[in-house]
Write a protein that binds this ligand. Structure first.
Ligand code: AMP
Length: 525
């Protein structure tokens, strides 16, 4: 069967799904309709390797009209992954020639290491020159707790600072400054005329002017502003390169497998390199683990789910066995192994709650997208640098089930991770985002116990019977009571009484909330 036929048939399969099991909304079904538009193109970056003249203008698509050229500044370093990409460093100026693709733009370098060369750049690595987004101290989406962590990290010095959106007051900004190894926060307020101020005695038409002023003298701040806070890591690009955004199936020979990271019942996971340039994780599926057509259908949906707390699915190789699933690589492996290895040696309660909040954040996105994970557990969360956690394997449970540690038990043809599955999943085969919330409660237990098996003294069958009598796991040792209360909310019998992931996210993020009280009072000076 040709690829297009394969995609069409998997599209038909998805549409004909009854949706009582996947809880698909109109919005999701509309999104599924989009899967018809999938284009399979060959990868010139691979086919044409070595013969590409980086100064040669790339051909314009038919009907292309040159837009007003806008200049952008690079916020991060980027190493070209294909012969069609541009190398650039933070601070380089780039003129965008075509931004219609959305996620990868065609640009010409005005300054820096690729000056006068043309090529593709990831759009989320640059900001419009002279805009607030281009300021190295502007971290709009950063939470107060993350700002503290980042400013206290290596590489920052007295006076290092950033400006972020305030969590407590929507639409307002906060300034976070490192002073004597502690972080102080100031509210940046606005007058009716739009001017910014920290102290009402001195206001500024723009944030830039405010920052410049307080860089020259503290004038009441704990210290004058020094260097902008260091950015630790560049964001994930959308897909591997400009042409894999649409080109879902990539040539198998563009992937080189390096070391094995882990092995499951369904196959092995390797660290790999794509196109000899880009580190990736490669899941290899044992032949017969799943139907490639079924998998491709699900993968089309999974690929569209993009969030900083979800593992990004980059590409697949499904033309021959073993099927490869190519995703972003996470340095520290699964959360379960990470917790079990640490056992509380380094990780503190604040880290544990922060990790749980990250999982809730990824799940809140899936909730918003009307997507169901179906197998949420610490083994399916991956950890990167600085305890960054991302939810993995979302949706895969629909197409296959893993078997390990007796976690999954056969039930009417399917296999269930019994101790993580909500009662309605066990008894009625009913899976919704609310059954994911139940699983999240169990995951929270795993986090708080550094990876203990839930219901440690019980078999799967005993667990199901025990839960049916209304029992729930008690508060683990050294787990704060309010956290156990959150678990108990997740384990409510009536699924509608369980919290949303959005609520869980803010409950966990605000767990140590001192946002309002920890601000320096501007009235003091
Ligand atoms: P899995 O088969 O998904 O349970 O993966 C087996 C093991 O491979 C996990 O426990 C991880 O240690 C590792 N692994 C899976 N995916 C990745 C990834 N994207 N990055 C790094 N390690 C991974």
């Amino acid at each position: 069967m040709g690829t297009d036929e394969k995609l069409t048939s998997c599209w038909e399969r998805v549409v004909s799904c009854c949706c009582c099991c996947c809880n698909a909304s109109k919005q999701e079904q509309d999104r599924r309709l989009d899967t018809k538009d999938v284009r399979i193109i060959t990868n010139p970056a691979v086919a044409d390797k070595g013969e590409f003249d980086t100064n040669r203008p790339l051909p314009s698509p038919p009907g292309f009209k040159m837009p007003d050229r806008e200049r952008y500044i690079a916020l991060f370093d980027y190493s070209a992954r294909t012969a069609d990409d541009l190398n650039f460093n933070t601070g380089d100026i780039l003129e965008v020639l075509d931004s219609r693709a959305g996620e990868w733009w065609l640009a010409i370098a005005i300054t820096g290491i690729s000056v006068n060369k043309r090529g593709y750049i990831p759009a989320n690595y640059v900001a419009l020159l002279e805009s607030i987004d281009a300021e190295p101290w502007y971290f709009p989406g950063m939470k107060r707790q993350d700002a503290e962590k980042l400013l206290l990290a290596e590489g920052n010095e007295e006076g290092s600072f950033l400006v972020r959106n305030s969590e407590s007051l929507k639409g307002e900004l906060s300034l976070s400054v490192l002073h004597e190894k502690r972080v102080k926060h100031y509210k940046l307020q606005k007058l009716d005329n739009g001017h910014y101020y920290i102290s009402k005695t001195k206001s500024f038409p723009t944030l830039k002017e405010l920052v410049e002023y307080y860089s020259r003298q503290p004038d009441g701040l704990c210290v004058s502003l020094g260097k902008p806070c260091r950015k630790i890591e560049a964001p994930q690009t959308y897909g591997l390169s400009y042409n894999t955004v649409d080109q879902w199936e990539i040539p198998r020979n563009s992937i080189k497998l390096l070391t094995m990271l882990g092995a499951g019942q369904f196959g092995e996971v390797y660290e790999g390199v794509w196109n000899e340039t880009t580190s990736v994780a490669v899941k290899t599926l044992k032949p017969g683990t799943m139907d490639p057509t079924e998998f491709l259908g699900e993968a089309q949906l999974m690929k569209r789910l993009r969030h900083p707390k979800l593992i990004q699915l980059y590409a697949v190789c499904t033309m021959e066995d073993p099927i490869y699933i190519i995703t972003e690589l996470m340095k520290n492996g699964s959360l379960l192994e990470y917790l079990r290895k640490d056992k509380g040696a380094i990780l503190r309660i604040t880290d544990q709650i922060e990790m749980a909040a990250q999982v809730a954040s990824g799940m809140a996105y899936l909730e918003q997208q009307n997507y169901i994970h179906r197998d949420l557990a610490a083994r399916n969360v991956l950890v990167g640098e600085n305890n960054i956690c991302k939810v993995a394997d979302f949706g895969l449970a629909r197409v296959f089930m893993k078997e390990n540690e007796n976690v999954y038990e056969a039930k009417e043809g399917g296999k269930f991770p019994v101790k993580w599955t909500a009662p309605e999943g066990i008894h009625d085969n009913k899976f919704t985002i609310k059954s994911d919330v139940w699983s999240f409660g169990v995951l929270l237990y795993e986090i708080m116990t550094f990876g203990k098996m839930p219901y440690p003294t019980m078999t799967n069958m005993q667990t199901v019977q025990w839960l049916a009598k209304g029992h729930r796991m008690s508060c683990p040792l050294s787990c704060p009571k309010p956290l156990h209360a959150i678990m108990m909310d997740c384990w409510k019998d009536n699924d509608q009484e369980r919290p949303t992931f959005e609520t869980l996210q803010w409950q966990l993020e605000d767990f140590f909330d001192m946002d309002v009280t920890s601000y320096v009072d501007s009235a003091r000076y």
